[in-house]
Design a protein around this ligand. Structure first.
Ligand code: XIL
Length: 362
């Protein structure tokens, strides 16, 4: 049963909870515990660094209730060629999660971005069959073991020029938007126990692009539901970028519109691109923390929100430092995007998460 704030304070008085409702207590309690108190599962993306870096691994076990492979279950990683399924990294992460009592979620079955060359070359008429086989084989492999699956990732793109704003790519070229319905239909049949998620970027911005994607996403949720397909949750990535327009009120309205459609909401890839902040590390970290706190505080006010996953826990492993991402985003310095720093020490962003969880009244 979910504990209320009052229960929590009573238990604290009785010394039964490992933290105190104070800023100092929030520092020592794990993010996992602070989030769980208010019905939220907290976690992180994980890749090979989890195996290579013992201290980081310990931090994940200490702070997280769930992990999600950052790359190991993506189509391009899993499918080096049409015949092979490279389950090693996913299996290794799942074995680790099970041994440590962590949940794991799956990311992601079908995505029009990052298609391997062999898929780009495949005759379009074969893509429905490849989709069916992929969803069935991968979901069956992990049946019953994963908390949720991102069945489709990023159906829309902010500057998409396909009708309806859909992201173009092999699946879209072969089937149009039907690839989405097909994937959900096959996913529901392959594993009735895991939660089925539609994951999207872009909605955490209130500029013309963000507003268009929000509208398109709501329409897509209605279409999936109208077809009688199972859709359990909407994943919102939350790669925050303070250089882009954002307003809390319209984002909360959007979350309520999702909630009204009977889906859960997960924040699936939280981090912050701090390129637009100036000053010392301390000044940048403070601004980033304020932004994350405000964002989360509002998101957490919505009852349907059930999960917050960061896209990594420590700056040294943020994807925003990968050479290809540095180049694509024209970043001229290393991002400080995550709750822990390069030395795995907690940053103000860590306090921001803790405070937002602690203050949730739901
Ligand atoms: C990123 C990974 O973190 C990187 O390692 C990889 O180079 C590119 O993809 N949205 C998503 C994630 O849904 O899968 C992306 O992950 C980040 C953006």
């Amino acid at each position: 049963m979910r504990q209320t704030r009052r229960d929590c304070l009573t238990l604290l008085g009785a010394g039964l909870l490992p933290f105190r409702a104070s800023a100092a207590g929030a520092e020592s309690a794990s993010l996992r515990a602070l989030a769980a108190r208010t019905g939220i599962t907290f976690g992180t993306a994980a890749t090979h660094e989890l195996f290579d870096d013992e201290t980081y691994r310990a931090l994940i076990v200490q702070q997280c209730g769930i992990i999600v492979p950052g790359r190991g279950l993506k189509f391009d990683w899993l499918r080096p060629d049409e015949k092979s399924f490279a389950f090693e990294e996913g299996d290794r992460l799942l074995a680790f999660a099970k041994a440590q009592g962590l949940a794991m979620r799956g990311h992601t079955l079908i995505w029009n971005d990052w298609p391997p060359d062999w898929l780009k070359r495949a005759p379009l008429s074969t893509l429905p069959y490849i989709l069916d086989q992929h969803v069935e084989r991968v979901m069956t492999h992990y049946a019953g073991a994963l908390q949720s699956w991102d069945v489709v990732n990023e159906p829309f793109v902010a500057w998409g020029n396909a009708p309806g704003g859909f992201r173009q790519g092999p699946w879209y070229s072969a089937m149009g938007p039907d690839y989405i319905f097909r994937a959900f239909q096959r996913a529901a049949a392959a594993d009735p126990r895991t939660k089925l998620v539609l994951n999207e970027a872009w909605t955490e911005r209130s500029d013309v692009y963000g507003l268009a994607v929000r509208k398109s996403l709501l329409r897509l949720v209605d279409q999936i539901k109208d077809k009688g397909l199972r859709l359990d949750a909407i994943g919102l990535q939350a790669h925050l970028d303070p250089a882009i327009a954002y307003d809390d009120a319209s984002f909360v309205d959007f979350l309520h519109a999702l909630e009204a459609r009977g889906v859960e909401i997960y924040i699936t890839e939280l981090d912050i691109n701090d390129a637009s902040y100036s000053g010392s590390f301390a000044e940048r970290d403070k601004q980033a923390a304020d932004r994350v706190y405000t964002f989360l505080k509002h998101a957490l006010s919505v009852k349907a929100l059930g999960m917050v996953v960061c896209w990594g826990l420590a700056d040294r492993y943020t994807w925003l430092r990968e050479p290809s991402v540095l180049a694509a985003l024209k970043l001229t310095r290393l991002a400080r995007a995550l709750p822990y720093d390069d030395d795995l020490q907690p940053k103000p962003m860590r306090d921001a998460l803790a405070r937002a969880f602690l203050e949730r009244e739901i």
